[in-house]
Design a binder for this molecule. Sequence first.
Ligand SMILES: [Zn+2]
Length: 221
Amino acid sequence: MAMRSKVNFKCPECSQNVEADQWSAINGDKNPQQKFKLLDGSLFKIKCKNCGHVSTVGYPLVYHDTKQNYMIWLVYDEEEIKHVSDYFRQSKNGSADDDEEPVDAECRQRIVRSPDELREKIMIFDSGLDDKIIEIMKLAYAKETQRILKDDNVAAAFFSNRDGEKRIELYTEKGKAFVSGASKKIYDELDDKYGGKASYAEDRVYVIDDVWALNLLRSMR
Ligand SMILES: [Zn+2]
């Protein structure tokens, strides 16, 4: 279900019309080249043939990995999140439109709101990890790092896996980066503690992010 369309894009630098490829669906097993571009960020970059200016664009797409059985939808607003959530719910009830591919009952379904989040989810699932535990783990790492920061705050946290090296990357408001190994021991401890509790949301919540993790931790206090 790889779907590509040509779009016309106006270069913000020289106003030249640029024709570019846009993918509405990518299958990780069948489109390895597009998957690679997604992971290195070039899928969302358009280079003007006239002046060479590179623009970053955002467009919705669905990423599907049939081997590891997960599906991630990249959308940009609350309205779209509602639409995709409804579709996800129906897709497992077997009441989705006939022209849609049936979705396996075990398929992990997620919604993300930026290309960075999509990239991160793919790296988490491809590493064989649970994104819920990773979100809790990121909060723990952020809390530790926050203790040594003066006049600065942790603003973003990402899991990454580059050539098998699993990391937690933290970025502060002032632009500092803290990168540390994602400890298997800490992951396992958090999985023991929260694994059962974390799975409660499997069928109802599709946006698994820092807000989700904070709510879970609060509800357990
Ligand atoms: Zn241009």
